[in-house]
Write a protein that binds this ligand. Structure first.
Ligand SMILES: Cc1cc2nc3c(=O)[nH]c(=O)nc-3n(C[C@H](O)[C@H](O)[C@H](O)COP(=O)(O)O)c2cc1C
Length: 414
């Protein structure tokens, strides 16, 4: 009976354990978690979501305070178009996070950064350009383009000296999205180094509509695998979404996947960025505690725990401090929903906004509990402690369980 360790992900001459820990913003997939994946011979992701905020927490910078000071005058204004990011500060935050993560890297594995196109930051092209290029400048091993079609992202890096040697890949949820990307980037004469195929059981934003349950990762993988064979494109395919055991992973590796990308099981480990209180919420969740909803202002459905404090919260939009989801005209669906409720309840001290949430503020504060479909199985991967809480595992324990387990078994901690 095969285990994941019988397979290797080949990047040029480099061989890796075919386990990738997916990017989880905002700093849920921490540098510490990515470093463990790299140390153990796989690939870990840091995330480039809200890096000025992450940098303030980690490296004692003051980017958020400075931005708020500059735009404080605008807090009561519903028009947020004036609230812009300082490109120099984005570059500095990215440089700090990437270079510090890379300096700490040990072992044979790699560290990639997850870069979401949907973080439009009131200047989509300019801010994305700075984020991508600074990550390359700062020595990142690879970039995973996510949450969007990324039709111009390769072009934004085209003249960067590392454009052809860094590992660059994209997350897609359909053959159509992949074809669009390949068509658009064809003239650059540079194929992606890997393609992550993310199915509907993943955490975070989904590349599906609310009919996500009709789709299945094995089927999408097979379709894309067939397409690459027909086109004679030799690009490693990575399966993601709902791969909960080593045996699940093997079932993909035996059918054309070069690696798997996993995340949910790493939301309950010490190295993960979630506060322990929140990890306990994840572990104790049952299947009926999880939903896919449309409260994200990005327009993508998102899976989360129903008791996330973000759901129904009517806080004032935090764009003067954050503003990561402002589109190119300074709009965000939460601002509209918030203003509608304020107008409808002019005398209310506190309002509730049910249809959208202020994702920046709530992700930043770990109050939006996005999770994978199988989060309800986390309790089967650990022990209950005498005080009723669950034992938090180490990333190494979970990584090695994926790597060596057979027969759908899950190794319990000592
Ligand atoms: C808590 C959480 C946050 C996530 N955040 C992001 C993100 O910021 N960007 C992204 O591309 N994917 C995100 N994902 C998706 C993962 O990177 C990964 O592809 C997917 O969840 C794998 O499926 P699994 O969780 O069932 O193992 C997130 C997943 C989880 C569980």
């Amino acid at each position: 009976m095969k285990c994941v360790d019988d397979f290797r992900l080949q990047f040029g001459k480099q061989e890796l354990v075919p386990i990738i820990i997916g990017g989880m913003g905002v700093d849920i997939s921490t540098a510490e978690l990515a470093l463990e994946a790299a140390r153990l011979g796989g690939i870990g992701h840091i995330s480039d979501a809200m890096l000025p905020t992450v940098s303030d927490r980690r490296y004692e910078t003051h980017f958020v305070k400075e931005k708020l000071k500059q735009y404080k005058y605008n807090i009561d204004n519903s028009d947020k178009s004036a609230v812009k990011f300082d490109l120099g500060q984005i570059a500095e935050a990215t440089r700090l996070h990437v270079s510090k993560s890379m300096e700490a890297k040990r072992g044979e594995g790699m560290i990639f950064i997850n870069c979401m196109e949907k973080l439009t930051m009131n200047a989509p092209r300019e801010t994305l350009r700075v984020r991508l290029r600074t990550a390359l400048d700062a020595g990142i091993d690879g970039i995973t383009l996510s949450a969007g079609l990324h039709l111009s992202s390769f072009a934004l890096m085209e003249d960067h000296p590392r454009f052809r040697d860094a590992r660059l890949g994209i997350i897609v949820s359909s053959l159509r999205a992949l074809q669009l990307f390949l068509r658009k980037t064809a003239k650059l004469n540079r194929l992606p180094d890997f393609i992550v195929v993310e199915g509907p059981l993943a955490g975070g934003h989904l590349g599906f509509d609310m009919d996500w349950a009709k789709y299945d990762l094995h089927t999408i993988m097979a379709e894309i695998y067939q397409y690459l064979q027909t086109e004679k494109l030799n690009i490693p395919l990575i399966a993601a979404g709902g791969i909960f055991t080593g045996s699940d992973a093997v079932s993909f590796l035996e059918n054309g996947a070069a690696a798997v990308q996993v995340a949910t099981r790493f939301t309950a480990v010490h190295e993960c960025g979630l506060p322990e209180k929140v990890m306990q919420e994840y572990i104790k969740a049952t299947e009926s505690d999880i939903e896919v909803n449309t409260v994200s202002p990005t327009g993508y459905p998102m899976r989360m725990l129903k008791n996330s404090p973000a759901i129904g919260s009517g806080i004032r939009p935090g764009c003067e401090s954050y503003g990561y989801l402002l589109d190119g005209s300074g709009n965000c669906a939460y601002i509209e929903a918030y203003n509608r409720e304020v107008t409808a309840h002019p005398n209310a001290k506190k309002i509730s906004v049910k249809d959208k949430t202020c994702l920046c503020t709530h992700m930043r504060n770990f109050n939006c509990w996005t999770c994978g479909h199988y989060t309800y199985r986390l309790k089967d991967t650990t022990r209950r402690l005498p005080d009723g809480s669950y034992q938090i595992l180490s990333a190494e324990h979970v990584f090695r369980d994926y790597q060596f387990s057979v027969d759908q078994k899950i190794a319990m901690p000592d």
